[in-house]
Design a protein around this ligand. Sequence first.
Ligand code: GLN
Length: 240
Amino acid sequence: MSQKQLTILWLYPRDMNIYGDTGNVLVLRRRAEQHGYTVNVVEYNPGDTFPDTTDIVIGGGGQDSGQDKIQQDLQAIGPKLIDMAEAGVPMLVICGLYQLFGKFFKTQDGHVIPGIGLLDVETLAGPERLIGNIITHSDEFGDIIGYENHSGQTYLGADTTPLGHVVRGAGNNGNDNTEGAHYKNVIGSYLHGSLLPKNPTIADRIIEQAANNKFGEFTHGSIDDHIAELARKHAAKRPR
Ligand code: GLN
């Protein structure tokens, strides 16, 4: 067994984990193993002890009620997450946690759930939910394929880089053609589906960044991706 271990901190699996977001953790674990690492997944729920060592942070989407449940705890660990992000720890947060890694989410009934401001983005619930299959494009990752379902409309601060531009679907807000946000090694995105099984390039980038941070090197293992390729092709053909 490899002596090289990567620890994935999985934020709030109990309350923030919908539309298959667990798949992101499974893919990171499996691919990291195929690249030659052993993997330790630490599940973190409100009130748990924050681990000393974390190489990758991952979190999913949730209902507004789930966001309410975790918000206080998230505020408490926010400064640690910000320090880690500034130090280059790779992170992937989807939908509800993407919103709360930003400044705030104002819900349909008008209450404001504060975020940690790690990403310079703001989210206001819109009049209709933005639902359906989505394709975006990024220079770094190529086509990114997934599924979105959110009431929140997210607007990026002036200097914030989107993860991709919408080819088909709504994205951050349905208006400005952007999807997600990318800051240092932190990726926020609305794409469930889950994201990583159909977008292994993103998974490998996260693992590469974590390995480089920890061991100063990364060697790409040999992985047969023909099933992921088929899934991408099939998903890209599905109606909105
Ligand atoms: N509750 C948030 C919204 O509707 C997040 C939804 C989600 O994570 N899928 O915008």
